[in-house]
Design a protein around this ligand. Structure first.
Ligand SMILES: Nc1ncnc2c1ncn2[C@@H]1O[C@H](COP(=O)(O)OP(=O)(O)OP(=O)(O)O)[C@@H](O)[C@H]1O
Length: 290
């Protein structure tokens, strides 16, 4: 049986006595977008850098496109697209020159002008990268990540510094890459971005994977119970219920008409994520106190 494009088992990475990644396991299936979510310092970049072959692991099994990243050659690297967390592009060349240069490294690159257009830099194509704004430079990073038509794309906080319009444009680009069958590993602190783009997510806290699953199942059913809010006699009320329509109907009947400020909402991925992070910080604090 062939392995998934990304196959990770019991991955552990220590820096001296400190364990940054503590025995995590997951697969990313072909054509899937997988979001690795977690607070600052949780171990996301360390994990991604191990998968990209930039960092050696302490122990565990890792296979990326069928190869151990510690022994990946140039042919293997040519199938990866990498957008690192920190931008390295501040050079004295233009956007067009930089992308044309890097396109030559790949056997089947995308058309440079199309990539520049896709990241919204057509008007800046002949501008030196050093003269671009931070968000525009980040778009160059994204362009460099996709120029080689990668089978597997790593996006480490790709939209940091993007204005809202550029983020939407980026989402459309990722949806296009998904439609072409690209497998994507994404880290982001924007939970709406993860909810929009990812099929599945893993939540990493203190180097451990505390939850993994389809985006609309993360946190379990209990975390997704809808919240009904309304106002009665000037007092705010709220109730969590799996049957919000029934509660709304009862309130409507009791009020003999419209209910003041009635609102039914479902927890967003961000609500669920924050709940999980809070719960695990509490567990760790209690364990630390024992
Ligand atoms: N070279 C290193 N030496 C020692 N500790 C390191 C090294 N690189 C990372 N760490 C530590 O490992 C932990 C995980 O870092 P990592 O960069 O993977 O986190 P992250 O989840 O990507 O965070 P962020 O959201 O801030 O990017 C952090 O506590 C960090 O300080």
């Amino acid at each position: 049986m062939s392995l998934a494009p990304v196959h990770v088992r019991d991955l552990l990475k220590s820096y001296g006595a400190f364990t940054a990644v503590d025995g995590i396991s997951f697969d990313i299936h072909e054509g899937e977008t997988f979001a690795l979510l977690g607070p600052n310092g949780a171990g996301k970049s360390t994990t991604i850098e191990i998968l990209e072959g930039y960092r050696d692991r302490t122990s565990g099994d890792v296979s990326v496109l069928g190869v151990d990243p510690q022994h990946g050659g140039l042919d293997w690297k040519a199938q990866l697209g990498i957008v690192l967390q920190s931008s390295g592009e501040s050079g004295n060349v233009t956007v067009l020159e930089q992308l044309t240069h890097f396109a030559n490294y790949y056997p089947n690159p995308r058309k440079v002008s199309e990539v520049i257009e896709a990241v919204g830099l057509t008007e800046k194509a002949k501008t030196r990268i050093s003269k671009l704004s931070g968000g525009q430079r980040r778009r160059v990073d994204v362009a460099l990540g996709i120029i080689g038509r990668p089978k597997l794309l790593f996006l480490d906080e790709p939209t940091t510094g993007f204005d809202p319009e550029a983020r939407r444009q980026f989402w459309a680009l990722i949806n296009q890459l998904k439609a072409e069958g690209t497998t994507i590993l994404l880290t982001t602190h924007y939970l709406d971005e993860a909810a929009t783009l990812a099929d599945r997510a893993g939540i990493i806290l203190g180097g451990k994977l505390v939850d993994i699953g389809p985006i609309n199942e993360i946190g379990g059913a209990d975390a997704r119970v809808p919240l009904v809010r309304w106002r009665q006699d000037g007092v705010e009320h709220s109730q969590r219920t799996a049957e919000p329509a029934a509660l709304a109907a009862r309130l409507y009947a009791e009020a003999s008409g419209e209910v003041d400020s009635l609102e039914i909402s479902r927890p967003s991925l961000e609500d669920i994520y924050l709940h999980l992070v809070g719960k695990h910080s509490l567990i760790n604090a209690e364990e630390g106190a024992v």
